[in-house]
Write a protein that binds this ligand. Structure first.
Ligand code: 13P
Ligand code: SF4
Length: 373
């Protein structure tokens, strides 16, 4: 089978226009930068919209026009009239915003070092070479599905091979779409979301893991004798949660409820009361009765926001002090936000995310297929 050829040599820092924070912005204190950010926003007015992912720190979300999960923020980007969309999130989210917004709008990622390690675990070139092996080993029709947490060139690759994108909320529908069109799913890059989805569809016996880093691993023939091939990718923030944490929280709080993100391990998801995207987690706490205890298995900034926003609910982190923040999300520093805004006032665009046109067109197809399911 002919495979797609992509020029992009994807790495953790995909864009070579990455600019570091100038020295004079490094030591700003919170009061000064808040004043400067507010002054810049006042002057820029409707030219700018700030999108803040649920995992962003307090000093970023307090300036955000919209706060939400990665899918909701892409939709906000699509609706935005502003010339500049400033994305408080990570590279793959800003790329999706660039794909969805029109060409006259610029998407700015204040620090381009905000790159999700899980997205970096499935590089398009690496997937292309695995694809060649897998497709050569079988006559079955393999459909690739990539989670939103992946780079634009992988989304483009999936579209080119008849596949699509999914989010944590619609992964099961993407699987159904794929099995309608083909025989086998290659799911990228998050093996846990893939496994959790297979369970939801009662297909847990059909799973196999494909580890591109392990030359001793299973052969392409062995892999393709299963219906669901899971790429060996994961999120370290979510892999940290274990069933012991669920047991411990239930011991400490007899009436504790547990809500986790589907990037968590299978057994943790099974032990939880609710599983869903960061917006599902947020809605769960919004709907909780006063006095209820909810333990949250996701990135710790969101847990802290929910505890602050809903003092009537007892919100606790599922693994206590061991809960992690996301190192990629943390790169969006409020000093960077001050800098990119003040540069816009002077007519300079810094750290613009611009997906290559040929990738953009195909990645849009993969996103459109998702919107249709
Ligand atoms: P959501 O799409 O649920 O916001 O999750 C994004 C993410 O990065 C989870 O780790
Ligand atoms: Fe990536 Fe995990 Fe951070 Fe989400 S929490 S952006 S999946 S590293």
């Amino acid at each position: 089978m002919q495979t797609a050829k992509f020029e992009t040599d994807l790495s953790l820092f995909k864009y070579d226009n990455l600019e570091q924070l100038p020295a004079e912005y490094r030591g700003l204190d919170e009061t000064e930068r808040t004043e400067r950010i507010e002054a810049a926003l006042e002057e820029l007015g409707d030219d700018v919209v700030i999108l803040g992912h649920n995992y962003q720190r307090r000093e970023i979300v307090k300036h955000a026009d919209f706060i939400g999960d990665s899918y909701q923020l892409s939709k906000e980007a699509a609706n935005a009239d502003a010339d500049y969309v400033i994305f408080g999130g990570v590279t793959f989210m800003a790329e999706s915003a660039d794909i969805i917004t029109d060409d006259s709008q610029s998407v700015i990622l204040p620090s381009m070092e905000a790159s999700c390690p899980m997205a970096g675990m499935a590089e398009a070139l690496q997937v292309d070479s695995a694809w060649a092996e897998l497709t050569a080993a079988t006559d079955e029709n393999i459909i690739p599905i990539t989670y939103m947490n992946s780079y634009a060139d992988l989304k483009a690759f999936c579209a080119d091979q008849g596949g699509l994108v999914c989010t944590s909320s619609n992964a099961h529908k993407a699987f159904e779409y794929a099995f309608d069109k083909g025989d086998t799913v290659l799911f990228l890059p998050d093996k846990h979301l893939g496994e959790n989805t297979a369970h939801r569809l009662d297909m847990e016996d059909e799973i196999v893991e494909w580890d591109p880093w392990n030359p001793e691993g299973i052969t392409a023939e062995e892999a393709t004798s299963n219906d669901i091939i899971l790429w060996e990718g994961y999120c370290q923030v979510h892999e940290r949660f274990r069933t012991e944490h669920v047991e411990q929280v239930r011991e400490e709080h007899a009436d504790a409820n547990v809500v986790v993100h589907p990037e968590c391990r299978r057994e943790v998801v099974e032990a939880a009361d609710v599983v869903g995207s960061t917006s599902t987690i947020t809605q769960t706490i919004e709907r909780a009765d006063p006095g209820e205890t909810w333990a949250i298995g996701t990135e710790v900034h969101l847990t802290n926001h929910l505890s602050r926003w809903h003092p009537e609910v007892n919100v606790v982190p599922l693994c206590g002090d061991a809960c992690m923040d996301c190192n990629a999300m943390r790169q969006i520093d409020p000093n960077y936000l001050t800098w990119v805004l003040e540069e816009l006032l002077d007519g300079r665009e810094r750290n613009v995310i611009e997906v290559a046109p040929e990738e953009k067109e195909l990645a849009q197809v993969a996103l459109d297929r998702m919107l249709e399911i």
